[in-house]
Every structure is written in C-alpha cells, then in structure tokens.
Design a protein around this ligand. Structure first.
Ligand SMILES: C[S@@+](CC[C@H](N)C(=O)[O-])C[C@H]1O[C@@H](n2cnc3c(N)ncnc32)[C@H](O)[C@@H]1O
Length: 243
C-alpha cells in the first residue's frame, strides 16, 4: 500500500491553500508549451488545470491509487498508477515533466530524476519544485517569521517525526525524506539534465520555503555536427585553448 493511500481526502482538503501559493511560480517556470506534460507524483491533481492553461496536455502519475481518485477527473482520465523510479513509458516521449513536491516523498530522488531524463524528449523541459532543502524540513522549526535550523540538517533520509512538527500537519502524517542541499544538487547534476534557472519564490515571507528550477535534457547533436565538433577539438589542449 502506498503511503498516501487512505489519506487522500485529508491531503486534498489540507493542501488546497498550500498548492494555490505555488501556482504563480509554477506558471512562470513552465511558460507556454505544447504536447503532453507528465505531472510526476501528481497527488490529487491540483496542477492539472494550470498545465492545461499553458497549452499542454496534462498526464498524471502517482504511486497512490487513492490520490489518483481525486486526480482522475482533473486530468480528464489521463492518469497512470506507477512509480517515479521505474516509469512505465518508453524513452523520449514527453516534451515537459513537472515534478512538484516529490523530492520529500520518493525513496530515491536521484533515480526519479534519471527516469525523468530518460522519458523527456531531447531538448525537453523539467520543472522541479518543492521543499527548500535548507529552510523547509525536519531540521527546521518555524517561529513566526524566524526559522530555527537544528543539527538534524545533516541527517539525510526518512524522518517520521520532529519535536517542532504540528500534530496534524502534513509531515507528522506522512513523514518526509530530507535531502541536504548537496544531496539535492548532486542528484540533479548526476541526472544528465542541465539546469537553466533556479528560483526561491517569495510568498511574503523573509525566508523561502520552496525551491524551484527549470532544467532540460540536452538536445542530441546530429552525427554530422558531432563529427565536425570532434574535428574542431583537434589541435586544442584540454582547456579548450588552441595549441
Ligand atoms: C507531497 S505529495 C505532492 C503531490 C502533488 N505533486 C502536489 O504538489 O500537490 C507527494 C506525492 O508523491 C507521491 N509519490 C511518492 N512516492 C512516489 C513514487 N515513487 N512514484 C510516484 N509517486 C510517488 C505520493 O503518493 C504523493 O501523492
């Protein structure tokens, strides 16, 4: 049974305000587009409408059939029960993937990113969005506008409780996987994707809660250009300077 099974009604109700605050930065990161957009770990499908508004056709995937029960009508039936770490798609089929608030939930974020890189068409775009590794996690106690960072920052992995988590908050219910900033960026670097832009959206608070990015799968170099490129490398040393 997936972690969110049996909890989707609670999640749908309690995530409404939180997800609304993400709409503007997500719209901005996505920009206009066409073709299918995979909403990976789509949950109850709060971003399906936004994806449609950008010109794309939203397709939702989640590990929890209970979450998909809510998502299905929002995606007009285009939902898939599946694992982000072993995507049930052939290579190079999506021009866009959105991965919102899943770095805290999938067991192996690095593997999910490699799968995203595999299913993106060359040149295709990933919009990643979620918990800021430094300022939102099991190491963080929120005290008004102040955040207190505890030494648990270095404890990567699953956290099921923290003394400063609210009793009926999302994290007390589901737990979360904490990635340090280094874990997060190394997973991104090792995925083969190229990061184009990073944002720390301002939700009217002085310290960001979320981190967002736009990345792309590098386009294929046509064989004739690759040969020409190799040729042009001859006569250069490793710094790229002409010998
Ligand atoms: C915090 S929720 C985010 C949902 C949605 N993206 C949003 O922002 O509202 C995390 C979601 O990731 C899903 N999830 C966790 N592990 C997964 C996996 N391995 N493959 C696909 N979905 C997964 C959960 O079922 C849950 O719906």
């Amino acid at each position: 049974m997936a972690r969110y099974d049996g909890q989707a009604d609670w999640y749908e109700l309690n995530n409404r305000d939180r997800s609304s605050r993400n709409l503007d930065p997500l719209r901005e990161l996505l920009g206009p587009g066409t073709g299918p957009c995979l909403d990976l770990g789509c949950g109850t499908g709060r971003y399906a409408e936004l994806i449609k508004d950008t010109g794309r056709t939203p397709v939702g995937l989640d590990l929890s059939s209970d979450q998909l029960r809510h998502a299905r009508p929002r995606f007009q039936g285009r939902v898939v029960l599946g694992d982000a770490q072993r995507l049930p798609f052939t290579d190079a089929v999506f021009p866009t993937v959105l991965a919102a608030w899943i770095s805290t939930d999938v067991d192996d974020f690095g593997q999910a990113l490699r799968e995203i890189a595999r299913v993106l068409v060359p040149g295709g775009v990933l919009v990643g969005f979620g918990a800021h590794p430094c300022f939102n996690g099991p190491q963080v106690a929120v005290e008004g506008q102040t955040r207190v960072i505890h030494p648990t920052y270095r404890e990567s992995g699953w956290h099921t409780s923290a003394p400063w988590w609210g009793e009926d908050g999302i994290r007390s219910r589901f737990g979360m996987r904490h990635l340090t900033l280094a874990d997060y960026w190394n997973a991104m670097i090792n995925s083969g994707l190229t990061v184009d832009r990073v944002v720390e959206p301002d939700r009217g608070d002085d310290i960001p809660f979320s981190l967002g990015l736009r990345a792309h799968r590098p386009p294929l170099i046509p064989p004739d250009r690759a040969t020409a490129h190799q040729g042009s490398d001859r006569g250069r040393d490793h710094s790229g300077a002409a010998r």
